[in-house]
Design a protein around this ligand. Structure first.
Ligand SMILES: C[S@@+](CC[C@H](N)C(=O)[O-])C[C@H]1O[C@@H](n2cnc3c(N)ncnc32)[C@H](O)[C@@H]1O
Length: 163
């Protein structure tokens, strides 16, 4: 699904949250930065909204944006270039079930609207949680911003690739 919808994804997210998603991401970014992290992982980074916010709010931390969808990362890279933030945000194609990072690599891990993908009805959810814990340093900060699963099928995105 994420391979099929990256260009429409941002608009869909805005619609599903009635435009509140950016405000919630900003709150999440501030919580992450309050811990004065040096290395931040944006997991399930998608087209990069959280990474871009983090980079624009604080010029100090290094930001790694990881996602398993190449089309999402391509769009993210274009957006970081357009924003002049290419050097601040490193993109990594990676599955959350097997992250290519050493133990305790990050002072903070942020997830925006991707935690449900990692947990809900996902047979790899234990792996995802273990990997987040493994790459986060002891005492590090984990911040997730998420909506609940919409009840209506057409809002859940089940028909998005074809619709
Ligand atoms: C709903 S989008 C959220 C994107 C972005 N974080 C945002 O705030 O708009 C969910 C993202 O999680 C990614 N994703 C889902 N499962 C993943 C996994 N197992 N490993 C890495 N990325 C994953 C998808 O490719 C997609 O880009």
């Amino acid at each position: 699904m994420f391979e099929a919808v990256p260009l429409r994804y941002d608009g869909i997210n805005r619609l599903m949250t009635l435009g509140l998603d950016q405000r919630w991401r900003r709150l999440a970014a501030r919580r992450i930065l309050a811990g004065t992290p040096r290395h931040i992982l944006d997991l399930g980074a998608g087209t990069g909204d959280l990474s871009l916010l983090l980079a624009s709010l604080d010029e100090n931390p290094s930001i790694t944006a990881a996602d398993f969808s190449r089309p999402m990362l391509d769009l993210l890279q274009k957006r970081t270039e357009d924003a002049g933030l290419r050097k601040r945000i490193k993109t990594v194609e990676a599955d959350a079930a097997e992250l290519p990072f050493a133990d305790s690599s990050f002072d903070a891990v942020g997830i925006a609207f991707a935690f449900r993908n990692l947990l809900w009805k996902n047979p790899n959810r234990e792996k995802h949680l273990n990997e987040i814990l493994r790459v986060l340093r002891p005492g590090g900060r984990f911040v997730a911003v998420e909506t609940s699963q919409p009840g209506r099928r057409h809002l859940r995105g089940e028909i998005l690739p074809a619709g």
